[in-house]
Design a protein around this ligand. Structure first.
Ligand code: DAT
Ligand code: MG
Length: 152
């Protein structure tokens, strides 16, 4: 695969939506140079979220996590670009906002691990799985960004 078309799944969690941080988050990914190829707002079911977080099923916080994630709408997105998965994680900060540096999304906008406002895929493999769980093929858009030749 061409490195420039690596894709990551990013979701603004219900607290990020309720607190009005959607625009700030999108702005950071746009400003970085990543290309938005899919976006939708939806209320995710517990069943859907259980599939998304299946690897954490045995964790003591799993039930609360599903309750929190299904407590309101989320904004699901797919961002594309060179190193989108790894760089996306760097932009998010650490899982626990207390360990996230200022300048990262979690470092700048939230306090508690149970309300950490944003999800980002942790590997190219999980990104592929998550994108196919959250988006149908025809919900992802193919287009050429006019910024492309100024970024690469
Ligand atoms: P990340 O979202 O950084 O990929 P993860 O996949 O390990 O982190 O966990 C998914 C979410 O579960 C995380 O964003 C917040 C919640 N979570 C993780 N560890 C937790 C903990 N120790 N207590 C409460 N919630 C936790
Ligand atoms: Mg994770």
């Amino acid at each position: 695969m061409d490195a420039k078309v690596e894709r990551t799944f990013i979701a603004i969690k219900p607290d990020g939506v309720q607190r009005g941080i959607v625009g700030d988050i999108i702005k950071r990914f746009e400003a970085k140079g990543f290309k938005l190829v899919g976006m939708k707002m939806m209320s995710a079911s517990e069943e859907h979220l259980t599939k998304h977080y299946i690897d954490l099923k045995e964790k003591p916080f799993f039930k609360d996590l599903i309750k929190y994630m299904s407590s309101g709408p989320v904004v699901a997105m797919v961002w594309e670009g060179k190193g989108a998965v790894k760089t996306g994680r760097v932009m998010l900060g650490e899982t626990n906002p207390a360990n996230s540096l200022p300048g990262t999304i979690r470092g700048d906008f939230c306090i508690d691990v149970g309300k950490n406002i944003i999800h980002g895929s942790d590997s190219v493999e999980s990104a592929t799985k998550e994108i196919s769980l959250w988006f149908k093929d025809d919900e992802l858009v193919t287009y050429t960004s006019c910024a492309f030749s100024w970024l690469y």
